[in-house]
Design a binder for this molecule. Structure first.
Ligand SMILES: Cc1cc2nc3c(=O)[nH]c(=O)nc-3n(C[C@H](O)[C@H](O)[C@H](O)COP(=O)(O)OP(=O)(O)OC[C@H]3O[C@@H](n4cnc5c(N)ncnc54)[C@H](O)[C@@H]3O)c2cc1C
Ligand SMILES: NC(=O)c1ccc[n+]([C@@H]2O[C@H](COP(=O)([O-])OP(=O)(O)OC[C@H]3O[C@@H](n4cnc5c(N)ncnc54)[C@H](O)[C@@H]3O)[C@@H](O)[C@H]2O)c1
Length: 448
């Protein structure tokens, strides 16, 4: 007979974790099923190992910039050594996450779950049943429409390369390719980015992306826009990429051309769960539109939210509330900030110019080059840019874009300002420390 649970969670990433622990605390009998490493993409093959490598490349960049001005010797980003440190982290984090689940009385299962019917899933020879299911299976690299696409290295494989080859091509010019390309280029690899579109990072401010492209070219990254790949041929030694414009031979090629809902193995038809290529169809409470026993959370939902860790966690928490409480909660995404970890970092929050124009909102905008300011000249940053949008009528902050190594600090401040609907006056009335990055806040705001 199938073992029975109150809630079975399929997947163990940020969305699943945000749901599993509070449900167990509320004395629900919970099982979590994971086909790969516990913790999901973020701690194993995404945000965290990427950031660990990034911090080392950023430190080497900073030391290089300040060499001869009180900083001695040569510093470089050494992939092999940084990878050892990365592996120290990733070799244990998934075990710790599973262990903490067990300590919280959550049963853990290894393997890919597949529905047999509306109340039962199968993992190899084991069957489990539940009152409620949460599907939190995330995304996987999308299938690409050319021969040999399956030979491209995934994010998981790139982040496990013990050493970098002499040359790498990244297919796609989005978040993954920009971040990985910067790491590889700064470790001395010859890097290409090939995109079928006319520009990358389309959700970000066009001027800032152009400035980032120019800085990327300066560290040896070559961009190929508007190129359709017709085939990729991979051997043990090299990869030949044929496009409508050229034939390019590199040592390795990496998939950075988008991610798609990880639902193939779930056999959703057996559970009467509606979905399409954008993910699982849910209502505002994150309940399946076709089967009320099922909720979905995180990247796998067709909620059209950005596939980011904080949003996935937020969705997991909304699902917990809706399972435990009579009064249902709906998902309010608010102004979600987003950042690309390149040098400089590229970040955005709130409404873009395009969106404001579409919505017919009258605004002031201030474009600022901060490069000559003390904060940036002190660290010899090549270019530091800010763009802030403010409502003409109310003075409230509507959107902000930054390109600087300090963009992570800036964007969190503006996320807070937009979320709390602060006006420029309120933001400038705050006391900041001096000298500091955010101490310059008053100078990036449009004057009304
Ligand atoms: C390279 C990279 C870098 C990133 N960097 C950032 C960043 O800096 N900041 C940020 O906010 N976001 C970042 N992201 C996005 C972030 O990782 C995701 O948004 C987040 O992990 C999504 O959480 P999730 O719980 O929805 O899914 P995931 O974390 O993807 O977890 C889903 C889990 O479900 C498992 N699974 C799938 N199918 C089944 C099945 N049938 N049975 C059992 N288990 C199954 C998978 O193995 C996986 O472990 C990055 C992503 C990538 C790929
Ligand atoms: N720092 C972060 O927060 C972070 C980092 C990495 C990934 N992520 C998340 O992961 C998601 C996926 O990232 P991604 O970089 O794979 O996708 P993306 O959607 O950011 O970029 C994909 C790019 O690939 C191009 N493309 C698509 N098909 C192509 C083809 N056949 N040939 C050439 N180019 C092609 C597209 O034009 C696009 O520019 C992102 O949406 C992001 O939310 C976030």
């Amino acid at each position: 007979m199938a073992e029975s649970y109150d809630v079975i969670i399929i997947g163990s990433g940020p969305a699943a974790m945000a749901a599993a622990f509070p449900l167990a605390e509320a004395t629900k009998r919970v099982a979590v099923i994971e086909g790969n490493r516990f913790g999901g993409t973020c701690p194993n093959f995404g945000c965290d190992p990427k950031k660990l490598l990034y911090t080392r490349s950023e430190t080497a960049w900073q030391a290089g910039k300040l060499r001869g001005t009180g900083i001695d010797g040569t510093t470089s980003f050494k992939w092999e050594d940084a990878m050892k440190e990365k592996n120290n982290y990733t070799d244990s984090v998934y075990k710790e996450i599973e262990q903490s689940m067990k300590q919280a009385n959550i049963d853990t299962y290894h393997g890919y779950a597949s529905f047999i019917n509306e109340e039962t899933v199968q993992i190899d020879t084991i069957t489990l049943s539940a009152q409620t299911f949460i599907i939190a299976t995330g995304l996987k690299p999308s299938s690409l429409p050319f021969k040999g696409a399956e030979t491209l290295l995934t994010n998981e494989e790139f982040l496990n390369l013990p050493s970098l080859p002499r040359s790498i091509a990244f297919i796609g010019g989005g978040y993954i390719s920009f971040e990985f390309a910067h790491l590889a280029a700064r470790a001395g690899t010859n890097v290409h980015i090939i995109d079928s579109g006319d520009r990358g990072l389309k959700a970000f401010d066009r001027d800032h992306v152009q400035a980032l492209i120019e800085q990327s070219e300066a560290i040896g990254i070559t961009f190929h826009w508007n190129e359709e790949i017709s085939s990729i041929e991979s051997s043990d030694y090299e990869v030949t990429i044929r496009t409508d414009k050229q034939t390019l031979t590199v040592d390795k090629a990496v998939h950075g051309a988008g991610r798609t809902p990880n639902i193939k193995k779930l056999n959703l038809e057996a559970a009467n769960v509606d979905y399409d290529g954008t993910g699982i169809h849910v209502d505002g409470t994150l309940q399946s539109v076709s089967n009320p026993r099922v909720y979905a959370a995180g990247d796998v939902t067709a909620t059209h939210s950005l596939p980011l860790t904080p949003l996935s966690s937020q969705e997991g928490s909304v699902v917990v509330h809706n399972i435990l409480e009579e009064q249902k909660k709906t998902l309010h995404q608010g102004a979600m900030p987003s950042i690309v970890f390149t040098i400089p970092k590229l970040a955005k929050v709130g409404k873009t110019k395009k969106r404001l124009d579409q919505e017919g909102i009258a605004y002031y905008v201030k474009n600022t080059s901060m490069t000559d300011w003390l904060t940036y000249s002190m660290i010899k940053e090549d270019q530091a840019l800010a763009k802030v949008y403010v409502c003409k009528k109310t003075g409230k902050i509507l959107g902000a874009d930054f390109l600087t190594v300090y963009a992570d600090q800036w964007i969190n401040l503006f996320s807070l300002a937009i979320q709390l609907e602060l006006t420029t006056e309120q933001l400038t009335s705050v006391h900041y420390t001096y000298p500091s990055v955010l101490g310059d806040s008053g100078n990036v705001l449009p004057i009304q």
